[in-house]
Each structure stands twice: as structure tokens, then as C-alpha cells.
Design a binder for this molecule. Structure first.
Ligand SMILES: [Cu+2]
Length: 504
């Protein structure tokens, strides 16, 4: 008996040493890099521009078909994918401030999904969150009036429990809002020529060419790919014909934080963030974008040169154990910019862009706290029937978002654009000084946001706030708020058709 026990203990010790050794090995080898390995052989695909059709009453109508297909990312290798009006990703929608829009979304996918307009200010019923499910074969036609400044937004599914898979398979696209003030700012503005959408995603492929949807055994953040796609193009280059080129950067990855800059460290001029343009360009060497965030930057090119857009090792602030497993050691070449021998247009960015109102924390009627940890917010998992916050229409609140975890989380609020008032008590850095709808909340960090809820009230239908790391969102790192009008009742719960999907 004694001998048997000793043998068992010895076995256990050996096993745990092997296990710890394996973990240490994975820890040391978790760094991913493709730097220097790409040939930039493929011309960057530019998503087709959809400008819609004006109907009799002046509403701009778009048709979006969600569909299954297959995509050749690598010559001769077909990858089963999902897309919008195509096999992977979707068209860039373009609207003007002041216009009424309607979008007819047909779900040709084999399962129910939704389509959410990320960054758009609209009624809750049009938001495309988890309550606006579209069954296979069904059509959903939300409409609203575009009432916000020019900005780079995007669209993607938001289905309770399966957002990560639906986005990963390829359902996403850019959504650009224009207005007169941005037109007058003097920025490059020819779509696909000197105003270039860049939908940046990481993907991992199986040997047969299919996407590897397994989340990785160790990663606490879900899928991290080892290859980069830009607008669905692997190994891409873009031919630049102007001295200044405007890049609309969108981090459409499920989990990866990119730290984008040019390989020779020349400056980027940051001209816009999630919710619109900045008052003036700000020079940055690199720009960190967490899932869901956007930035518009200008890059200056010289005739005939080539420069690589790279994602440098990000500064995630995760603990020693987790850092490599959340992508903190990874570096990627993303895209090569190739300048023509002759370039046109100005070489200096405009000095002034648009007017932006200064945030006034004094207007806030109160504050509430959101603590991020594990895959919960305020220690609760998402419940489709539970209303977590009731806010008054046309009121401002301070939202204090604190990340108690040792990995980063990406906090997104639907419907609104907010100002970052402070990060750990300090004023925001330039990249957080513009209007935002998604922010990276670093580990052990507190951010104070000034959020204003305008125009639309609906006590029966909530908007979401959630982590934009999609695996976290799917696992319940999400909550709901309703906007109410003076006389509305203040619901604590609502009827929710899909409540049983929640809190997994
Ligand atoms: Cu998260």
C-alpha cells in the first residue's frame, strides 16, 4: 500500500513538473511574429462602396445580404467564410449627417444572427444588439436619421453567445458618416485612393485552409491569430499616389490589440478617433487600438519609396504570466505602402480640422461604477432580461470603469459617443481626447467617462455596454441600459425572448 502510494505521489510530481515545464515552454514560445517574412504580394482589396438608393421620400436605402461562401486568401486554397454581399466582409456603407437611412438586412446564414451599427447614435430598436435577432431567411429593416458628426464606424453581428464566431467567419464592414464640416477640413477624401479603409484582423488557419476557431488552450482572451488580414487580403500592399494618404484604421479582431505604426517610425498624424475628427492633427509614432476601436491617421510618403505598416509589440500592462498569452509579445507586418514615382497633392496636413466641444463634467447628473473582472461586469454575467442601468434622456453621467483583472478589456457603450475625463486620475492622452465609443481599459486601471444620452428613449428596449473582446462578450461580459423619458416607468427587468442564452 505504502509503495503504491509512494509511486502515485512520484507519478503526480513527475506529471506536474512536466505540466509546469510545458506551460513554461508555451510561455516562452507564445510570441508570434511575421516581421520580415511577408512579400506583400497581393494588392490590397478595397471593400466596394455602397451608397444606397434614394427612395421616394429621400431615405437612403441599403441592401445587405448575409451569406455563406468561400474565400481564396491564399492562391488555390479555399477557406469557408461568411460575408455581406460577398464571401468575406461587406461593403463600406456611406451616409451623410442629416440623412434618413434604412438598411434591409437579409440573413442568408444557417443560424440566427444580428447586425449592429457600432458607433451609431440611433433608437434602441434599430441598434442591432442581441434583442434584434434575425432568423435564417428573415429580413430586418431598421431605419434612423443620421444625427452625428463625420466619423468612421463599422457594423458586425452581436448575437448573444455567438458574436465571436460570426465576426471571425467574416461578417463585418465599415460604415462612414460624412458631413460638411469634415469635408471642409482639407483631408484626403477619395475613397480607396487617398482615403483608405483598413479593416485589420488576425486569423489562424487550419492545414486544410479553414479558419481555426479554437480559442487556444491557454489564452485568457480567446482567438489570437498568427496571420494578418487587411480588408480580407493576406500579405497586402497598397499603391500610394499622393504625398499624404489617410488611413481609416479599424481593429476588427476578436481579441488582439494592435500597436500600429510605420516600420521606420516616421510620425503618424492622428486626425480622428471613434466618434469623429479631432480639432487638430496630433503626431504619434504608434497608436494602440483594442478590438472595436478606430483611428484615422495621415501618413506622408516620398516618391518611389516603400514603407511597412507594422503592429509593434503592444504595451498591454498584463501580468508576467498573462502578457504573452494576450498577445503582449507579438509583432506583425500588416501592409506595405508603395509610393508611385510621382505623387500629387499637399505634403502638409491641415493645421485645423473641426470644432469639438470641450467636455463639461459639471453637467453630469450622477456617476455609476462598472467593475470589469473575469468575464463579468460588477460581478454579474449578462442576463437578457435584466436592466442594469436606467438613464434619463438628455442627461449626462460619469461612468467610472475599473478593470480589476490582470488582462486588458475593451469597453464599448452602444448609442453614445463619450469623452474620457481621466485615466487613473490623470487627463487623457491625445488619442483619448476625442470622441470615443470604445476604450481599452488597462489592467488595474480606472477610467472616468462622460457619457450623454440624447434623443431616443425606450423603456422597453435596452442598449448594451460590454467588453469588445468577443469571447468575453459571449461569455457574459455585457450589461444593458435603457434610456427613459421623465414619465416613463423605470424597469428592472424586461421580457426577453432569448433570455435563456444569457450568462453562459
Ligand atoms: Cu474583456
Amino acid at each position: 500500500m505504502q509503495g503504491k502510494l509512494r509511486k502515485a505521489v512520484a507519478g503526480l510530481v513527475v506529471a506536474s513538473i512536466a505540466c509546469a515545464g510545458g506551460l513554461a515552454y508555451m510561455h516562452a514560445n507564445a510570441a508570434e511574429s511575421n516581421v520580415g517574412e511577408l512579400g506583400f504580394a497581393n494588392e490590397l482589396r478595397i471593400p466596394p462602396l455602397a451608397e444606397g438608393v434614394l427612395d421616394a421620400d429621400g431615405t437612403r436605402v441599403f441592401e445587405l445580404d448575409l451569406q455563406e461562401g468561400s474565400t481564396e486568401f491564399r492562391d488555390g486554397v479555399e477557406t469557408p467564410t461568411w460575408g455581406v454581399n460577398g464571401s468575406y466582409l461587406g461593403p463600406t456603407l456611406r451616409v451623410r449627417r442629416g440623412e434618413r437611412v434604412r438598411i434591409e438586412v437579409r440573413n442568408g446564414l444557417p443560424e440566427a444572427t444580428t447586425l449592429h451599427w457600432h458607433g451609431m447614435h440611433l433608437p434602441a430598436a434599430a441598434d442591432g444588439g442581441p434583442h434584434q435577432t434575425i432568423e435564417p431567411g428573415a429580413v430586418w429593416s431598421p431605419g434612423w436619421k443620421v444625427g452625428q458628426p463625420a466619423a468612421t464606424l463599422w457594423y458586425h453581428p452581436h448575437m448573444m453567445g455567438s458574436t465571436a464566431a460570426h465576426v471571425y467567419r467574416g461578417v463585418a464592414g465599415m460604415f462612414i458618416v460624412d458631413d460638411d464640416e469634415a469635408d471642409a477640413a482639407g483631408l484626403p477624401g477619395r475613397y480607396g485612393v487617398d482615403d483608405v479603409p483598413l479593416i485589420v484582423q488576425d486569423r489562424r488557419f487550419n492545414g486544410d485552409g479553414s479558419f481555426d476557431e479554437s480559442a487556444g488552450m491557454i489564452s485568457p482572451t480567446g482567438i489570437l491569430g498568427d496571420e494578418i488580414l487587411v480588408n480580407g487580403t493576406r500579405d497586402p500592399h497598397f499603391d500610394v499616389t499622393t504625398r499624404l494618404v489617410r488611413l481609416r484604421l479599424l481593429n476588427a479582431a476578436n481579441a488582439r490589440i494592435f500597436n500600429l505604426g510605420l516600420a521606420d517610425r516616421r510620425p503618424l498624424w492622428l486626425v480622428g478617433t471613434d466618434g469623429g475628427l479631432l480639432p487638430e492633427p496630433v503626431e504619434r509614432e504608434t497608436l494602440q487600438l483594442s478590438p472595436g476601436e478606430r483611428a484615422e491617421v495621415l501618413v506622408r510618403m516620398a516618391p518611389g519609396e516603400r514603407v511597412v505598416l507594422r503592429s509593434f509589440e503592444p504595451d498591454l500592462g498584463a501580468d508576467f504570466f498573462n502578457e504573452p498569452f494576450v498577445g503582449g509579445k507579438d509583432e506583425f507586418d500588416v501592409l506595405e505602402l508603395r509610393a508611385a514615382d510621382e505623387l500629387s497633392g499637399p505634403s502638409e496636413p491641415p493645421s485645423r480640422l473641426v470644432e469639438m466641444p470641450e467636455p463639461d463634467p459639471g453637467e453630469a447628473v450622477g456617476a455609476r461604477e462598472f467593475v470589469l473582472n473575469g468575464t463579468t461586469i460588477n460581478a454579474q454575467a449578462m442576463d437578457m432580461g435584466r436592466i442594469d442601468a436606467v438613464v434619463e434622456r438628455d442627461a449626462s453621467e460619469v461612468w467610472v470603469v475599473r478593470n480589476d483583472a490582470s488582462i486588458p478589456h475593451s469597453f464599448h457603450v452602444h448609442d453614445v459617443r463619450f469623452h474620457v475625463l481621466a485615466v487613473d486620475g490623470e487627463g487623457p492622452p491625445p488619442e483619448l481626447s476625442g470622441l470615443k465609443d470604445t476604450v481599452n481599459v488597462r489592467p488595474k486601471t480606472e477610467m472616468r467617462l462622460l457619457v450623454r444620452f440624447e434623443d431616443y428613449a425606450d423603456p422597453g428596449l435596452p442598449y448594451m455596454f460590454h467588453c469588445h473582446v468577443l469571447q468575453h462578450e459571449d461569455r457574459g461580459m455585457m450589461g444593458q441600459f435603457v434610456v427613459v423619458d421623465g414619465s416613463d416607468e423605470r424597469p428592472g427587468r424586461i421580457e426577453a425572448e432569448h433570455a435563456d442564452h444569457a450568462g453562459r
